[in-house]
Design a protein around this ligand. Structure first.
Ligand SMILES: [Zn+2]
Length: 297
């Protein structure tokens, strides 16, 4: 198992265990969360080797790769998806020049976002690690999606925008992706990264039950400071952030489930509302944030 002895972000040896978090969705195993005392980066430790990682994605609850409609949480997720596609597209339009843009969506799951952008007349390609999700995208949407290693084949300056919607935190080799993203973006191209925020209201409230720790699938746990430092060290400058308002509700309901609450949906919605309300005036307390970076040079 990968066992980090130093901070992956600033290389300091000054790391301490915050607490252990249970994998509530699949294995019920515990994994330690470590925090760097120098840069405050939080990361999962002792997580599975990459060749065993797929075993930890085998859950019907792990909906980002599936299209099932079982259970109330999934129903809500699917209802919200249509709205979110529209919202994500509007974010991209607000930060990019007028006209059609070429986009690469890394970790596109079942392909809804590339499909949506293509329907809007933009040109969007997707990369996805799950065979099942890629096959689904082809059968349902006629969309050909490549495996992640295809990123190495794109030429210098191929894209105006690269998006990673809740995927960077899953990557075993995030630095290699960042290096490639920098290479394949055109001059002044944009990198869009959506991430759970461990400085959010709901992260503080739910502590080790916070659903967005999602160990051992999430390896890296960012907040606004650590992601800016991380991206800054890899040739990107921050441009803007956007809130993802629904994540507070979704994450809170799931966190209540992890706690074993009998009325998880009601309690989760209530807590999600408090989190959403808190974040209206304090952006750094938002459950999930979308960070827009510009390629530096
Ligand atoms: Zn550090």
């Amino acid at each position: 198992m990968p066992d980090h002895k130093s901070c992956p972000l600033c290389k300091s040896d000054n790391i301490v265990e915050v607490f252990k978090v249970t994998d509530f969705l699949v294995s019920r195993q515990e994994f330690p969360l470590m925090k760097c005392s120098d840069c405050f980066f939080i990361f999962t430790n002792d997580y599975p080797q990459e060749n065993e990682a797929a075993n930890y994605y085998l859950s019907e609850d792990y909906i980002s790769h599936s299209d099932t409609r079982k259970g109330i949480i999934n129903k809500i997720y699917h209802l919200v998806r249509g709205y979110m596609l529209k919202r994500k597209f509007s974010m991209l339009r607000r930060v990019s020049p007028a006209g059609k843009q070429s986009v690469l969506d890394i970790g596109c799951g079942t392909g809804y976002f590339p499909l949506y952008l293509n329907q809007k007349g933009w040109l969007c390609k997707g990369l996805e690690i799950s065979d099942e999700a890629r096959n689904f995208a082809y059968k349902k949407h006629g969309l050909t999606i490549d495996k992640p290693e295809k990123i190495e084949d794109f030429e210098l300056g191929s894209f105006d925008i690269v998006t990673m919607w809740h995927t960077l935190e899953h990557f075993y080799d995030p630095d290699n992706y960042m290096k490639n993203v920098h290479r394949i973006l055109r001059k002044n191209g944009l990198l869009v990264i959506a991430l759970p925020n461990n400085s959010s209201y709901d992260a503080g409230y739910y502590s080790k039950y916070w659903a967005a720790w999602d160990v051992p699938r999430h390896l890296w746990h960012f907040d606004p400071h650590t992601i800016e430092r991380y991206a800054g060290g890899r040739g990107f400058v921050p441009v803007k952030t956007f809130r993802l308002p629904f994540d507070a509700f979704y994450v809170s309901v799931l966190s209540e489930k992890h706690k074993g609450s009998g009325t998880a949906v009601i309690k989760g919605f209530f807590r999600g509302f408090i989190s959403w309300f808190t974040a209206l005036t304090r952006r750094s307390r938002t459950s999930s944030l979308v960070y827009i970076f510009r390629k530096n040079q």
